[in-house]
Design a protein around this ligand. Structure first.
Ligand SMILES: [Zn+2]
Length: 133
C-alpha cells in the first residue's frame, strides 16, 4: 500500500489529544511542576489550537496537555506517535517509517523512547492499555 493509504489509518491529532486529556486529567488538572491542583485554563496553543494551555496558581508556571509527557516537543504528529505506539511489536521500524513516509531515525528514536518509558510512565502505560482505535 502507498503512504497515502496508510495515512488513512493514522488518527487525527484532535482525537489523540482527547484521549490524552481524558487519561491525564481524568481526576482533575495537576501542575506537572509542583503537583498543585490549583490550575486554571489559559487558552489554546496558537499553532496547535486543539492543545489546551493551563496556568498553575501555586507556582505561576504555564503548561499544556503535553507538558512533561513523551508526546511533548516532537517533530512528528500526535497521530503518528499513536500509530507507532500501537504498531510497535507488530511492525518493524523500517515498515512503519515507510508507512508514515518518515525517515527511519525519526521512527526509531520515538519507538525507543516508548520502549524505555512504557513501564515507568503512567500516562503512556494507560494509553497503551487502551484500545483507542
Ligand atoms: Zn505549579
Amino acid at each position: 500500500m502507498s503512504v497515502e493509504v496508510y495515512k488513512l489509518f493514522i488518527p487525527k491529532d484532535e482525537e489523540c489529544i482527547e484521549v490524552i486529556r481524558r487519561v491525564r486529567w481524568g481526576n482533575g488538572y495537576i501542575c506537572p511542576y509542583c503537583g498543585s491542583k490549583d490550575v486554571v485554563l489559559k487558552g489554546k496553543e496558537r499553532r496547535k489550537p486543539y492543545i489546551q494551555r493551563y496556568r498553575c496558581n501555586s507556582c505561576k508556571r504555564h503548561f499544556n496537555d503535553l507538558t512533561g509527557t513523551i508526546f511533548a516537543k516532537k517533530r512528528i504528529t500526535l497521530g503518528e506517535m499513536f500509530y507507532i505506539a500501537k504498531n510497535l511489536g507488530n511492525s518493524s521500524i523500517n515498515q512503519m517509517s515507510k508507512e508514515l513516509g518518515r525517515d527511519y531515525r525519526t521512527v526509531h528514536s520515538f519507538a525507543k523512547e516508548i520502549m524505555e518509558l512504557s513501564e515507568k510512565d503512567n500516562l503512556l502505560k494507560k494509553l497503551l492499555e487502551k484500545n483507542w482505535r
